[in-house]
Design a protein around this ligand. Structure first.
Ligand code: AKB
Length: 313
């Protein structure tokens, strides 16, 4: 049986993607992997391999021994962490991608999913309704690595016929898995703190508008782009993808509808500069047109769902 390998499966997206892909393709068809074993319950829930995304031989061995045909490369250092360790972020974000691209070029795997991000845009990009094709001068290490990755993805597709598919994720919000090292992480923390303490100090200023998406939508988009017929995937760098955009003040207002006593204050830190360099909203008409993307959740429906799940957790 042909298998799927998820590299970086213990992270925020990887954990939920593993669960979804196992629902769709069966537990045994999906091998989760990460540099170390994470949550024991997750590790025991299906096939798991310890794989360092920077170790080409390790990845190749797991692929060859398990008849892996598709790889989802989710390992990466996100924006805030990458600023603190630029050299390692560049190494991890670029070389893990080259490893899977070269395995596909050599015919060892048939299909790759690799996530890009709204971080590919920069301060000179139009901020509202940011188009698919526009000025891209990212000013963060993470954004530079994702922008370079997009160029290589398209190059490997055009020159070597590699079937790589990608989405520029906005900030992702999930009740079940914590984010790690991103600038948009406040939009997850705020729900936890609202329930635990009734108040939250935000590391971005109240009017900082950013594109965001509920994890359910992001996972569905990932599965859908991978299932789409190859001829529908017309963009081989990465697709803009959008669902909602809001400011810290607006998410606080949405929470107040459910928890009236909730209060927020603001103490912007180094992440403010990163957020200020990113778009405020995204035009994702190419994804909607090419492979039928459609989001389900907006700020209010996400807030109700988040608080409901976190209250019973
Ligand atoms: C981050 O904040 O770094 C990520 C992203 C937008 O890619 N969530």
């Amino acid at each position: 049986m042909a298998k799927i390998l998820i590299i970086g499966a213990c992270g925020q997206i990887g954990t939920e993607l593993t669960k979804k892909l196992r629902e769709v393709y069966g537990t045994d068809a999906v091998i989760a992997s990460d540099i170390r074993k994470g949550d024991p319950e997750f590790v025991a829930s299906g096939p798991f391999e310890v794989v360092n995304a920077l170790d080409f031989n390790q990845i190749e061995t797991v692929i060859e021994q398990n008849n892996v045909e598709e790889v989802y490369l989710m390992a990466a250092l996100l924006s805030a962490t990458a600023e603190k360790n630029p050299a390692f972020a560049w190494d991890l974000n670029m070389n893990s991608l080259f490893h899977v691209l070269n395995l596909a070029k050599a015919g060892k795997i048939k299909k790759i999913f690799w996530p890009s991000s709204i971080a590919v845009f920069g301060p000179t990009t139009p901020k509202q309704n940011t188009p698919q094709y526009t000025v891209m001068e990212p000013s963060t290490v993470y954004g530079i690595s994702k922008q370079s990755g997009e160029r290589w993805a398209e190059y490997y597709h055009n020159i070597y016929g590699v079937d790589i598919r990608s989405i520029r994720y906005p900030g992702l919000i999930s009740w079940s898995t914590p984010p790690g090292g991103g600038t948009t992480d406040y939009a997850v923390d705020i729900y936890h703190k609202a329930l635990a303490d009734g108040k939250y100090t935000c590391f971005l200023s109240e009017e900082t508008r950013l594109p965001m998406m509920y994890m359910d939508d992001a996972i569905r988009a990932t599965v859908e782009i991978m299932q789409a017929p190859a001829e529908n995937i017309k963009i081989r760098s990465s697709y803009n993808l959008s669902a909602m955009d809001f400011t810290p003040k607006e998410i606080a207002e949405a929470i107040k509808k459910e928890i009236p006593d909730f209060t927020i204050d603001y103490a912007p830190d180094f992440r403010q500069k990163i957020a200020d360099s990113w778009p405020q909203s995204i035009d994702d008409s190419s994804a909607r047109q090419d492979w039928g993307w459609k989001h389900d959740f907006d700020l209010n429906s996400m807030t109700v769902d988040m608080l409901e799940h976190l209250s019973v957790k």
